[in-house]
Design a binder for this molecule. Structure first.
Ligand SMILES: *Cc1c(COP(=O)(O)O)cnc(C)c1O
Length: 276
C-alpha cells in the first residue's frame, strides 16, 4: 500500500469507516451520501479522494441528498451519481430516476440497456445501434411523460432557490426536532441516532424505539407522516421548501402525546403492512 493511501486511511477512518474497506482490489465503490436509516451525511469530497487514491471509481447514490443540500459533484471530482427524484425533489412516486456521468467518463462509459432513445439518431430508426455521443446515450425507451410533469414544476422552484439558504433552513429544522426530541421524547425511550454535528447530518432525523412500528402507525393516524425502518427506526424527513418550524413543533408534540396517552398500544397499530 502506498503512503498517501495509508495517510488517507488514518485521516478518514474515524469519520468515514467505509474507507477502511478500500484496498488494491477495489474497483468501484457505490455509496449513499446520506444514509437512509440514520440520516448521516458523508463528506463527499473526502471519501471520493480516498476512493480515487485506492485506484477505484465512485458511484454516489444521492437519493437522500438531491433537493436537500448543495451538491458539488464536479468540485469533488466524482465519477458517477444516481438518484431518484421523488424524495426532496418532490416529483412524487414514479418520478424519473437520473444519472450523472463525469465528462471524462462519457466517451468510455457504455449503456448496457440499448434502446432507441439512446441512439445517436433516434428518429432515423436505423437497424444497427449507434449510441449517442452525449449523456443521452443513457436513455433507453420512451420516458413516462406524465410522471415528468410534477418534476417540471418542482425544478422551476429549485431554479429560483438558493441551495445554501435551503441547507441552512434544513439544519435548523432538523436541529429543532433533535432539541424537541431530547426535551420531550427521550424520557419515553425515543433516542436520536442522527448525528448532532451539522456537518454529518442530512435532512432527516431518525429516532429509535423498540416499539417503533406501532408508534409510527399511531403517528401517521394522527396526521404526522414519517416512516419506519426495521428493526426499530422511526424516520422523519424535513423538506425545507415547505416544512416549517411549526410543523416540527407539532410533530414532536403529537409524538409526545401518543407516548403519554399510550395510544400506540391499540391493537390496530400493531398490524404489519406492505408499505412501511
Ligand atoms: C429511494 C431510494 C432509491 C430509489 O429507488 P427507486 O428504485 O427509484 O424507487 C435508491 N436508493 C436509495 C438509498 C433510496 O433511498
Amino acid at each position: 500500500m502506498c503512503s498517501p493511501m495509508r495517510r488517507w486511511r488514518s485521516q478518514t477512518m474515524t469519520t468515514n469507516p467505509c474507507c477502511a474497506l478500500l484496498g488494491p482490489d477495489t474497483a468501484v465503490v457505490c455509496l449513499s451520501q446520506v444514509n437512509y436509516r440514520t440520516g448521516r451525511l458523508r463528506d463527499m469530497a473526502c471519501v471520493t479522494r480516498a476512493i480515487h487514491e485506492a485506484g477505484a471509481l465512485v458511484i454516489w447514490d444521492l437519493c437522500h441528498s438531491l433537493g436537500a443540500l448543495p451538491i458539488d459533484l464536479n468540485g469533488c471530482n466524482a465519477d458517477f451519481a444516481v438518484g431518484c427524484s421523488y424524495k426532496y425533489m418532490n416529483g412524487g412516486p414514479g418520478a424519473p430516476a437520473w444519472l450523472f456521468v463525469a465528462s471524462r467518463h462519457l466517451a468510455g462509459a457504455g449503456n448496457p440497456l440499448t434502446g432507441w432513445q439512446g441512439h445517436a439518431a433516434p428518429f432515423a430508426f436505423e437497424v444497427d445501434f449507434a449510441p449517442s455521443a452525449t449523456i443521452e446515450k443513457f436513455r433507453v425507451g420512451t420516458p413516462p411523460v406524465l410522471s415528468y410533469l410534477p418534476l417540471l414544476e418542482s425544478l422551476a422552484v429549485f431554479e429560483r432557490t438558493d441551495m445554501d439558504a435551503l441547507r441552512a433552513k434544513s439544519l435548523k429544522l432538523t436541529g429543532y426536532f433533535i432539541e424537541l426530541a431530547d426535551g420531550k421524547l427521550a424520557r419515553h425511550g425515543l433516542k436520536v441516532i442522527t448525528p448532532r454535528n451539522e456537518a454529518e447530518r442530512g435532512s432527516q432525523v431518525a429516532l429509535t424505539h423498540e416499539h417503533g412500528w406501532p408508534i409510527m402507525q399511531a403517528l401517521i393516524a394522527c396526521g404526522v407522516v414519517g416512516d419506519f425502518r426495521a428493526p426499530n427506526i422511526l424516520r422523519f424527513g424535513f423538506t425545507p421548501l415547505y416544512v416549517g418550524f411549526e410543523d416540527v413543533w407539532a410533530a414532536a408534540a403529537t409524538l409526545e402525546a401518543i407516548m403519554e396517552s399510550g395510544l400506540w398500544r391499540e391493537p390496530r397499530f400493531a398490524e404489519r403492512k406492505l408499505v412501511t
